[in-house]
Ligand binder design. Structure first.
Ligand code: SF4
Length: 294
């Protein structure tokens, strides 16, 4: 484990909306499927301003499907001026339908596209939609204008596609990140098992940047998450959850958390930047409490 607690305390994840155009069987909607969109654009901007004033360095936009948020493009453009690293995790299926102006704003972020399979029939079973082609086209469009990564959740259902996914990402010149699915024990394949498969296939471990371990073979680059399981994780109902402690989340209804088993502070809509900073500070203190004895 090489996670650096200060990096976690300076990494903000903004969950823009619970809405999504797919219906993946494993989706946890960041733990918040039943809540409503409340924040307006100015609320998100105030959160970004507060994070900037507190020295946060990284911001990631997620959902639901973040491209379904009416504010996403303006918020990416705004964040680009404030933070060293701006990224978004999307299913990619809406990218082929974006305007040039929207694409230009999206390209200011690093874009992670979730593609678990190259088989349309398997995609249909996983997402309950026929948008496989759109996801692949989305990747092909965005990789030319933005730093792009493919996220693939590996389970017993698609383990047989690992090699194809590696070849596909190499052919498209993008990094591939494999993720595990801890909350589905019957289909679970651990990151350790995935690492063994990579090593068996002559991938070399390059090291870690505190968020992920990186492996390479030829031009292919693979990443596996490097998670921080805090001391408090051992007594947690979710132990071990799929995320570990790796960032502070602010949701579309103001909920502010550090992990699935976090204390639940709420930032009210129309709050001042000063008040938001107090909430983010509480989250930072919770990370200290949970993590210092790791
Ligand atoms: S939910 Fe939080 S406390 Fe529980 S295992 Fe995950 S990171 Fe640890």
């Amino acid at each position: 484990m090489s996670n650096d607690i200060n990096k976690i305390k300076n990494y903000l994840r903004v969950v823009l909306t619970p809405d999504c155009n797919l219906s993946c069987y494993y989706c946890h909607r960041e733990g918040a499927s039943s809540r409503k969109n409340i924040f307006k654009k100015q609320d998100f901007i105030n959160v970004l301003d507060a994070a900037n004033e507190m020295g946060f360095e990284k911001v990631k936009f997620t959902g639901g499907e973040p491209l379904k948020s009416p504010y996403v493009f303006d918020l990416i453009e705004y964040s680009d001026k404030l933070f060293n690293d701006v990224s978004i995790t999307t299913n990619g299926t809406m990218i082929p339908y974006l305007s040039n102006n929207e694409l230009e704003k999206l390209s200011k972020a690093r874009v992670n596209i979730s593609i678990n399979t190259l088989k349309p029939s398997r995609y249909r079973k996983t997402t309950k939609t026929n948008y496989h082609n759109d996801a692949i086209n989305g990747l092909k469009i965005i990789k030319n204008i933005s730093k792009t990564k493919i996220n693939s959740v590996i389970t017993t259902r698609n383990k047989d596609e690992m090699e194809d996914l590696i070849n596909f990402s190499e052919k498209n010149g993008v990094t591939l990140k494999f993720l595990d699915l801890v909350n589905y024990p019957s289909e679970f394949i651990s990151l350790d098992d995935i690492e063994s498969i990579l090593i068996k296939n002559d991938f070399k471990k390059l090291g870690s940047n505190s968020e992920f371990f990186e492996y390479s073979k030829g031009n292919a680059k693979i990443q596996l998450s490097d998670r921080l399981y805090a001391n408090s994780c051992k007594n947690c109902d979710y132990y071990k959850c799929s995320e570990g402690i790796s960032f502070i989340r602010v949701f579309y209804d103001g909920l502010t958390t550090t992990c699935f088993n976090s204390r639940k502070n709420y930032i009210q809509p129309n709050s001042s930047v000063k008040y938001i900073k107090e909430n983010l500070q509480k989250a930072r203190e919770e990370i200290d409490e949970k993590c210092l004895s790791v």
